[in-house]
Design a protein. Structure first.
Length: 290
């Protein structure tokens, strides 16, 4: 007569408690191998739905760890994946302090300026961002000075967002239906609701990162310049083959022209099939010739 307490039962119990690919035996619903097979955008989307923020610059390994941790911890209020902490405070005073001055932000009146995050950037990234904001003379600056300069540039421009649209849509009589139905992106932490989603922004950092991720170079159409200013703005992508009619200009000049003409940047991150998209269009709400 077969025994009910033999080795076979013990083996079956282990398999049930710790299925293949699951390195968290006390949480059988969490399969780390399955999570690791998710794409980066899927990982960020799942973390965002669980209230986890600060994932924009994280690599895939860190996103996987953050999602596993979030699933282990269960439902909770918004928390930062970078800090690894939760928003559950031990007192109302602690909760108030956390809300007024979130971790990593030493500038409570400018919540979009995270000094800890800025300090983690590499030197060339700091110089690139300062250059995009029109800050010159950074070649001989040390990292600490670059961090201070970028923080100052960001805080000085905080509240002046109306000239840049705060990252959002610029309104006018010529706003197209494309803008009306596009998802508004106001910072690099915003992500598309789905692949193929049409997006719109005026945020310099969002635009710069989008272009550089595709090795795009800021350009103007040669011959379209007027009064010594850049003419029609474009990006030149190596995947399309360099176009002779496009002349490379600095990010500073590109964004200055972009703001002076009150343009909106309409674009896609991914096509509907999930592949990277190079689609973008510039539109002015004030006239038809964006």
């Amino acid at each position: 007569m077969p025994t009910k307490n033999g080795a076979g039962r013990g083996s079956g119990s282990t398999a049930t408690t710790n299925p293949p690919g699951n390195q968290t035996p006390n949480t059988p619903d969490i399969n780390e191998s399955e999570i690791a097979r998710l794409k980066v955008n899927q990982l960020r989307d799942r973390l965002r739905r669980r209230g986890v923020t600060g994932t924009a610059d994280m690599r895939k390994d860190d996103l996987v760890k953050a999602l596993v941790k979030a699933m282990k911890d269960g439902p909770k209020k918004s928390t930062s994946a970078r800090s690894g902490g939760s928003s559950r405070g031990s007192s109302s005073a602690k909760k108030s302090t956390s809300s007024a001055n979130p971790p990593g932000n030493q500038t409570p009146n400018t919540p979009d300026v995270d000094e800890s995050k800025i300090a983690r950037l590499k030197v060339d990234e700091l110089r690139s961002r300062l250059r995009a904001r029109g800050v010159a003379g950074t070649a001989d600056m040390q990292k600490a000075d670059l961090v201070k300069a970028l923080v100052k540039s960001l805080t000085d421009n905080f509240g002046a967002s109306s000239s840049r649209g705060g990252g959002g849509v610029r309104k006018g009589p010529q706003n197209s239906k494309s803008i009306k139905y596009a998802q508004e992106v106001t910072s690099v932490d915003d992500e598309p609701e789905r692949p193929g989603r049409s997006l719109v922004t005026t945020d310099h950092e969002v635009i710069r990162r989008w272009a550089e991720a595709r090795k795009g170079v800021p350009t103007t159409v040669d011959g379209s310049e007027h009064d010594g200013h850049a003419g029609v703005l474009r990006f030149d992508f190596p995947s399309n083959g360099r176009e002779q009619r496009l002349r490379e200009i600095s990010w500073e000049e590109w964004f200055r022209t972009f703001d002076e003409r009150r343009l909106n940047f309409i674009y896609q991150e991914e096509r509907s099939d999930g592949k990277q998209s190079n689609f973008f269009r510039l539109e002015s709400p004030d006239r038809e010739d964006g």
